[in-house]
Write a protein that binds this ligand. Structure first.
Ligand SMILES: Cc1cc2ncn([C@H]3O[C@H](COP(=O)(O)O)[C@@H](O)[C@H]3O)c2cc1C
Ligand SMILES: O=C(O)c1cccnc1
Length: 355
């Protein structure tokens, strides 16, 4: 591990037990039946633990970072879309025309696009951060997708983007991705980190027929065997062998947010695969994450189970870009606002339930 990455990992602490206890006690005194806010109570307690303070800081303003990269495994015919859609969608994000832009506008989040490995050059401009590690990864079904050094460089790109956003005032980070064929790399990472069979965690991505799906499962299986990935393989080696530059960068983004005790809302299957990588490098990093939604990809549900996270929203989205996480942001804010503004039985003079 590089010294910078090591420093971030060493700086990550777990949820504060005392803030969690304070949050649970506070929840119990609010003017509502115990447990009546369901999963939102869990989120509020989680954010108290993450920040180490009760009530937790409002998770706003929020900043979305969309990490974009290309994938050599595209050559195996695992996605119905041409590779150049990645760079075209980056231009679309910068012009404000993607679904992620509409959802970010709806919830008041800023949008930063990060080129960590798109297979074409993009002109620098407002809203675009260029931290290119390469022009797409190598084909992970033939050998390692990237070198160990490139994996660390991509992790550090994500660390640096998270720090810049936090330094400029963001109090909630939201993960986003763009990279044609990245659901294949996601499935390989999820299979490697959960131990589940590729057939259980490989989905239909942007929409593929049965024949393409069977090929995609075989590609994931071959990737794991060609690269010698087994249970217990060192996490950085797994990432370099079968990950994408955006997975590595999102993992770094999560680690840096966790170090700073700023909550991260995770998006779909790509974020899930990246969060498994972050968990393998620093288990406590997940204490600072909220699962924004559950995507339709089967690997995402598997990743969330392994992360121990309960998704807030399930709208059968299967888009990525950060869209599911953006939609969850107002729910996370509402959960925290309850802790600040709702009266207690004492303060409001409301009778408590007799024992
Ligand atoms: C127009 C378009 C916009 C997207 N926005 C996100 N994705 C999503 O789909 C891609 C992954 O699916 P697969 O592995 O099947 O290629 C990623 O780029 C992901 O961000 C998009 C895909 C397309 C086509
Ligand atoms: O789960 C996701 O985020 C997803 C699913 C399909 C395609 N792209 C992203």
């Amino acid at each position: 591990m590089s010294s910078e990455l090591e420093r971030v990992v060493a700086g990550i602490g777990p949820a504060s037990a005392s803030a969690v206890a304070d949050a649970l006690a506070h929840q119990a005194r609010l003017t509502k039946p115990a447990g009546s806010l369901g999963a939102l109570e869990e989120v509020a307690v989680r954010l108290a633990g993450s920040g180490g303070v009760c009530p937790p800081a409002m998770p706003a303003p929020a900043a979305l970072a969309i990490f974009a990269a290309d994938h050599g495994v595209h050559a195996q015919g695992v996605s119905p879309w041409p590779q150049e859609v990645t760079v075209q969608m980056v231009a679309n994000f910068l012009a404000g025309g993607a679904v992620a832009n509409a959802f970010a506008a709806q919830v008041g989040a800023s949008v930063t696009v990060v080129d960590v490995g798109v297979a074409a050059d993009l002109p620098a401009g407002p809203g675009l951060v260029v931290r290119k590690i390469g022009y797409g990864t190598a084909d992970l079904s033939i050998g390692p997708a990237m070198s160990a050094g490139d994996a660390v460089a991509a992790l550090e790109a994500g660390i640096s983007v998270a720090r810049t956003l936090i330094d400029s005032g963001a109090r909630c980070l939201i993960t986003g991705d763009m990279g044609i064929a990245n659901t294949t790399a996601s499935a390989a990472l999820i299979s490697a980190f959960t131990g589940l069979d590729p057939a259980e965690v490989t989905g239909r991505g942007t929409g593929i027929d049965d024949e393409t799906h069977a090929r995609k499962v075989a590609v994931v299986r071959r990737a794991l065997s060609v690269n010698g990935i087994e249970p217990g393989t060192e996490p950085l080696r797994v990432l370099a062998a079968v990950g994408g530059f955006e997975h590595a960068a999102i993992a770094g983004f999560v680690l840096a947010a966790a170090e700073a005790r700023v909550p991260v809302i995770l998006d779909g299957v790509i974020a899930g695969a990246a969060a498994l990588t972050a968990q393998a490098l620093a288990p406590a990093s997940i204490d600072h994450c909220v699962a924004g939604h559950r995507s339709a990809e089967p690997g995402h549900a598997a990743a969330l189970r392994h992360l121990g996270l309960r998704p807030l929203v399930d709208l059968e989205l299967r888009l990525g870009e950060g869209t599911g996480a953006l939609l969850a942001h107002p729910l996370v804010c509402a959960a925290v606002r309850v802790m600040h503004e709702v009266a207690t039985f004492d303060s409001a003079g409301v009778s408590e339930k007799p024992m």
